[in-house]
Design a protein around this ligand. Structure first.
Ligand SMILES: *Cc1c(COP(=O)(O)O)cnc(C)c1O
Length: 392
């Protein structure tokens, strides 16, 4: 990688794991440091008025952030990437592309924080919205209001793991005879290792990098990828003008986590499959919600657009009480919100993560348990869940 020119010629052909480790990760020119340094600085010296090395002030640009943006954009197969201080800050930046009077179509079981942002923040400045079942390929697009300018898809969804056929929604957006509709896909659950929405017709991909991309429950962050130069320019303007930028340390941690994304995801897939197999045959379990199950309504779409089914598993038990007891009886699965890290987590969405979605159109069944299956030994995870069900 001595010559950066050579790198750009070959980088597009690299495999995913090579990109995860090398994209944007040029050795530091002044010292040769192999790892991108944490540029913990707020400003950059100029050698003449207005003459600098590409960086002036760290809200506008920071080399650690640039490296992260290149790395994650490469993973999404995107030309451009813009990093933010959190997943919701990234979502906020995307929604700022809209004007008053524009309408947002949203999946009816999108992340609770996305509902809150649109219905309680953007609705106040004249953005209208409606929630739809985007997973029904037959009806998708038939009931979108005239003013629709943006469609917000999440797949698989949180916490019901519903799969939306990205290509089918993208076709509907394109078919619109009215003004152009921008398709946004929240790819947080699948990660770019398992699903690359831009290849299925999405205009924008958004991530909470707090989850699988960071992968270690030690940093909050957000990211937007796109191939559209105009959208990229607008997002860079918003990133600088609004200022919800990630700190250099946060960029470093996210970048370090993302280097091991492929190996972690392989293990998440494998462990989740073992957990699903046990739950499927357990008498206390009513239903298992996992896109990898052939019986799952979204399985065909998942098989088309995902290369693996990921580490998130939800299941329903006899009652709300039973669900609460199971969630409190595990030892290895920690009872906590969030997801996507090396350690396994368990939660009760009705009371925990989805309390913020109380006013949303989403009805989360109160007998539902959500697991974020980590990368521990799968036998230990299965045994822990089995004993918790026994106790409960
Ligand atoms: C966590 C999450 C978000 C919000 O991201 P933050 O980093 O917590 O701001 C958005 N979408 C999904 C699917 C999430 O799981």
């Amino acid at each position: 990688m001595g010559n950066p020119e050579d790198e750009t010629d070959t980088a597009d052909a690299w495999g995913f794991a090579t990109k995860a480790i090398h994209s944007g990760q040029d050795p530091d020119v002044s010292t040769g440091a192999v790892t991108v340094p944490v540029y913990q600085t707020s400003t950059f010296v100029q050698h003449g008025v207005g003459k600098h090395l590409g960086y002036e002030y760290a809200r506008t640009g920071n080399p650690t952030r640039t490296a992260l943006q290149s790395q994650l954009a490469a993973l999404e197969g995107a030309a451009f990437g813009v990093a933010f201080a959190s997943g919701l800050a990234a979502e906020d930046a995307i929604l700022r592309l809209l004007d008053p009077g524009d309408h947002v179509v949203l999946g009816n079981d999108a992340y609770g924080g996305t509902f809150r942002l649109i219905s309680q923040v953007f609705a106040r400045v004249g953005i209208t919205w409606s929630a739809h079942n985007l997973a029904d390929t037959e009806s998708v697009g038939t009931d979108w209001p005239e003013a629709t300018r943006l469609v917000w898809v999440e797949t698989p969804t949180n916490p019901l793991l519903t799969v939306v056929d990205i290509e089918a929604v993208a076709d509907r957006c394109r078919q619109s005879s009215r003004q152009p509709i921008t398709l946004v896909v929240d790819n947080t659950f699948a990660t770019p290792y398992l699903q690359q929405p831009l290849g299925f017709g999405a205009d924008i991909v958004v991530h909470s990098t707090t989850k699988y991309l960071g992968g270690h429950s030690d940093v909050v962050g957000g990211f937007v990828a796109t191939n559209n130069g105009e959208i990229h320019d607008q997002l860079c303007f918003i990133q600088n003008a609004v200022g919800a930028v990630p700190a250099p340390w946060d960029c470093y941690l996210t970048m370090r986590g993302a280097k091991t994304l492929p190996v972690r995801m392989d293990r998440h897939n494998e462990n989740a499959a073992a957990v699903v197999e046990m739950l499927e045959s357990h008498q206390a379990v009513k239903t298992v919600l996992y896109p990898g199950l052939e019986s799952n309504p979204g399985h065909d779409a998942a098989a088309k657009q995902m290369s693996g089914y990921g580490g998130m598993v939800s299941f329903r038990v006899a009652s709300r009480d039973a669900a609460m007891r199971v969630a409190e009886a595990t030892h290895l699965f920690s009872l906590a919100e969030s997801l996507g890290a090396v350690e396994s987590l368990i939660e009760h969405p009705g009371v925990m993560t989805h309390a913020s979605a109380a006013n949303s159109p989403l009805e989360v069944p109160d007998d539902l348990i959500r697991l974020s299956v980590g990368i521990e030994d799968k036998a230990d995870l299965v045994a822990d869940l089995e004993q918790a069900m026994e106790v409960a």
